[in-house]
Design a protein around this ligand. Sequence first.
Ligand code: PGA
Length: 252
Amino acid sequence: MRKNIVAGNWKMNKTFPEAEILMNGLSEYKKRNSTNCEIYIAPPSLYLETAKKIFQNTGIEVFAQDISEHIFGAYTGEISVEMIKSVGCSGSLVAHSERRQYHGETDRHANRKIKTLLDAGLTPIYCNGETLEQRKSGKHFDVVKNQTETALSTLSPEEVAKIIIAYEPVWAIGTGETATPEQAQEIHAFIRNLIAEKYGKNIADEISILYGGSVKPENAKEIFSQPDIDGGLIGGASLKIEDFSGIIEGFN
Ligand code: PGA
């Protein structure tokens, strides 16, 4: 079902005591306020279990930032889908641009990770988006098309209906530079159309497509008001309760 979602990606930030303070703050905020969107938090993997406990009965869902494409075994440093499932996670981000940039992840890896999550009954938030160079040379539609087609290539329409897509132009991540609402809407509509052509309009109308890249309380409302934007994946501004709640209120 197409839902409004604000998801916080904490990346590699916060010590454990700091993370606990932020989690408790969010939990209090959610208990005091009724929100018009779902709230997902992706803390560092070390804190997933604590997050799940603190967010109990708040409706806030916990996601991993990444998972292994393998089920279990000798993969030092990795965490598996079954591990995150066993501590109560709802799913995981997949192929965030920082995983692509620093760890050589491709859409082939993304495809296997998405499948692994779906097979376990969890939700993938699949991230895509072009670099500045690709945008400047007008290749952004082709790039996003190729990324999406590869990442979803082995999925059935029923499986595609269960994923969340986060379009995050690399040039807007952590740079303070945001795509204009029109630029974001244009590519969100393009992605939805791509899904419609391949898997049918019903499926395209069911999936949530989030925008990510320097979303702040000041620009959230306008971005979220675009017809094909169903919420945001928030990095920097998810680390402060005032900023993150201000973004959530972009749906009010
Ligand atoms: P940002 O990051 O909000 O700090 O730009 C977004 C993301 O990387 O998901």
